[in-house]
Design a protein around this ligand. Structure first.
Ligand code: AMP
Ligand code: MG
Length: 712
């Protein structure tokens, strides 16, 4: 079975909006991973599910952690019919569940109890007031009614015991959630069917040809892995929807879901009580948790350069780096207006057309084109006017005109607008010269983007204009990758970490760390200051250990060559995962690439000019790839040189440069790689090719402005 998407729903019977533990969590798993959502209100969660399912072209499994049925005999006692689906209809007709989560489930449970003769089997009234026919404590069960369903008995011996559907309240109870959940799903089923989706409720209905499968699940089946995620700080419900979503998705991919969809139970049991996916088969779910859906790990030798390569050309180094890195997979949902700099983790689709309705592009007069001709046209004006946000109340009869302002939706009867500057009016009539082009000065509905059309694709990094587009299209929240965390560490015995501290003559202030931290922040990443360490391998190792636990990638500067004091490269080599790349690049040369506890480390040269050039040339595309927005190539263009230079073959060279008033590139007076003032003087880099060149004034050279590296 192929599923495009698995939605895992952890429901809640809260009587008021609620977030966090024991509230509503939804896991949304597809081929790219799992996003989790925490919604405080049931009605909003239903809307969300409806939109998500309606917008998915492939098959969706909606797995819900509440009971789809009652123990045998329950449905009959309540509805007179033995099928669980009769109970669904019965509940949906009676449950009221408001926009503030206030609801009547206790009254409905009491009503059901009366149909059993009163006093049970539903129990667990946790409200202040007593409710007739709804006991607070567990009552004796009515004659012939069991405490558990057959599916629940299959897991009663396991560590996690499903609770009885009759128990409404108390820790872990599922009864109230089930009553509210069944009513909610029955409504959702109707809405989706009305939208043209074929919905099948498992195991009550055949699955053939279904677009959407609703299935019951029990999110305590995978418990050890959930506990492990909770140690990492996850809320239990969130870990549950994530892991069960991943397991179901992987089972569908691997062909194992079919088995779970055909449980070993009688047709009678399935129809009247229902079943949950994986009842008694926790082992199958756990085994399905796929390595492929966990964040991919980099291979230890991923940065290895081909044997025998001494000087690595830049382009070779860049493609090796591109091939070695794997994007992070964790997704979250953000409000659109708070998503600047985030990378879309899913394609976006217009919820609404822009413009939503035909409207006027100018201030003027609108009318039906068919009633106009050549020569001077004089049309009587209707009373009232159409303005943006203030539509005309009523239609404009053919042969009449209406005062209309920019952005006003075209009233019925209007398809054409004349600019007010081209009109004369006495307040009662308007005249202008014909003929006028049909549809002139109007904007068609959806002429910009139509509802349902693609907006921005996955991998797109959101900029200010993108927020405008998404907002106009009614996209209020977006699924994005978690922000990339970039750690920055400086090394060196001579370094003083901050310029407000005293420095001895033999010491220098740390220039690289503020530069690299702000580069990372400017690129939209979380810049994590890992501070400065002296050239002591044990200290560097300790700092890297701590860093690897909290960041996605580490930038170090200093100590990256092969010299005596180059402790960073030595350490990385000793831990066995270093590839020191001697890159045919000036300024730069040694670039250390390694994995530290699975986290990529880019060891930049210490001198600030080389550190910046390497961060721009290697760091920027690498981070972009890791962050989910793909490999990034800097934008450059060809300009005349305002300098002269003879360059030897072998290394590509980057010169600190800026454009003069004539648009020609001038370069900084000194090429000394310690000259930080030149970095600050420059507004970009001139890139000279790997081969030898002689540049004369006026010769074309390639100029890469800082802005092309996203540096502002
Ligand atoms: P290294 O790569 O450690 O051999 O350092 C090369 C040069 O860069 C030396 O002159 C260092 O003093 C200098 N350097 C290293 N780290 C920094 C830093 N964080 N800020 C400024 N200069 C540095
Ligand atoms: Mg050093």
């Amino acid at each position: 079975m192929t599923l495009a998407r698995v939605l895992t729903l952890d429901w809640s019977a809260a009587g008021a909006p609620k977030r966090g533990a024991d509230s509503i969590w939804i896991g949304d798993t597809d081929a790219h991973g799992t996003a989790t959502h925490n919604l405080p209100i049931r009605a909003d969660a239903l809307d969300w599910l409806e939109r998500r399912i309606a917008g998915e072209a492939g098959t969706v499994l909606l797995a819900c952690d509440f009971c789809f049925g009652l123990p045998a005999g329950g449905a009959r006692a309540v509805t007179g019919d033995d099928t669980a689906l009769a109970l669904w209809a019965w509940l949906a007709a009676r449950i009221e569940d408001g926009a503030d989560n206030r609801n009547n489930y206790r009254a409905i449970a009491a009503e059901m109890n009366r149909r059993f003769g009163g006093g049970g089997p539903f129990w667990g009234n946790g409200a202040k007031e007593d409710i007739p026919d709804l006991p607070r404590r567990k009552p004796a069960l009515p004659e012939g009614i069991a405490e558990f369903r057959k599916a629940e008995l299959a897991d009663q011996t396991a560590g996690q015991r499903p609770m009885s559907p009759w128990q409404l309240a108390g820790a872990g109870a599922v009864g109230a959630q089930s009553i509210l959940g069944i009513a909610a799903l029955e409504r959702l089923r109707g809405q989706l069917a009305a939208a043209g989706k074929r919905v099948a409720v498992w195991p009550f209905e055949p699955l053939d040809g279904a677009d959407v499968i609703f299935a019951e699940a029990y999110f305590s089946l995978i418990s050890a892995e959930v506990a492990a995620e909770m140690k990492g700080g996850a809320v239990r419900d969130e870990a549950q929807v994530r892991l069960h979503g991943q397991a179901f998705y992987a089972l569908a991919e691997g062909g194992g879901l079919e088995g779970l969809l055909r449980p070993d139970a009688s047709a009678e049991t399935l129809r009247s009580e229902g079943w949950y996916l994986g009842a008694g088969r926790a082992d199958v779910l756990r085994r399905a948790l796929p390595a492929g859906l966990k964040p991919p790990r980099l291979r230890n030798d991923c940065f290895a350069m081909p044997q025998g390569v001494d000087w690595v050309p830049i382009d070779t180094a860049l493609s090796a780096l591109d091939a070695a890195l794997v994007p992070i997979v964790t997704k979250t949902v953000r409000k659109t207006h708070e998503a600047l700099g985030a990378v879309l983790a899913a394609d976006t689709v217009a919820h609404r057309a822009n413009p939503p309705r035909p409207n006027s592009a100018v201030d003027g007069y609108g009318f039906a084109h068919a009633a106009t001709g050549s020569g001077v046209q004089t049309l009587p004006l209707v009373t009232g006017r159409a303005a943006a946000g203030q539509p005309l109340d009523g239609a404009v009869p053919s042969g009449m005109a209406v005062r209309i302002l920019t952005g006003a939706i075209l009233p019925d009867g209007v398809d054409t607008v004349v600019l007010e500057e081209d009109c004369a009016t006495d307040g009662a009539r308007v005249s202008f010269d014909g003929p006028v082009k049909a549809g002139a000065n109007t904007r068609k509905a959806g002429e910009d983007v139509d509802a349902g059309r693609p907006a921005l694709p996955r991998g797109h990094k959101l900029r200010a204009p993108d927020l405008a587009l998404l907002s106009a299209l009614g996209i209020g929240e977006v699924e994005v990758y978690r922000q990339l965390r970039v750690g920055v560490l400086s090394t060196g015995d001579e370094i003083v970490s901050r310029p407000d501290l005293p420095a001895e003559p033999h010491q220098i202030y740390d220039a690289n760390r503020p530069m690299l931290l702000s580069l990372a922040a400017g690129w939209g990443y979380e810049a994590v200051d890992l501070g400065h360490v002296k050239d002591r391998p044990a200290q560097i190792a300790k700092r890297l250990d701590a860093a690897a636990a909290k960041v996605d990638v580490i930038l170090t500067s200093g100590g990256a060559s092969a010299g005596d004091e180059d402790h960073v490269s030595r350490l990385l080599r000793e831990r066995g995962t270093l590839s020191s790349w001697r890159i045919a690049l000036k300024p730069g040369r040694p670039l250390a690439l390694a994995l530290w506890n699975g986290v990529p480390v880019l060891g930049l040269p210490g001198n600030p000019v080389a550190a910046l050039v390497c961060a721009l040339i290697f760091g920027r595309p690498a981070f972009s790839k890791l962050a989910g927005s793909g490999w990034a190539t800097p934008q450059g263009f060809t300009v005349p040189a305002a300098f002269e230079k003879a360059k030897k073959p072998g290394r590509r060279e980057f010169l600190r440069a800026r454009l003069n008033a004539d648009g020609a590139a001038e370069v900084f007076g000194s090429e000394g790689s310690g000259r930080i003032s030149g970095l600050s003087w420059a507004e970009g880099l001139v890139e000279l090719p790997d081969d030898a060149v002689t540049v004369k004034k006026g010769d074309p050279v390639r100029y890469l402005p800082y802005s092309g590296f996203g540096l502002t």
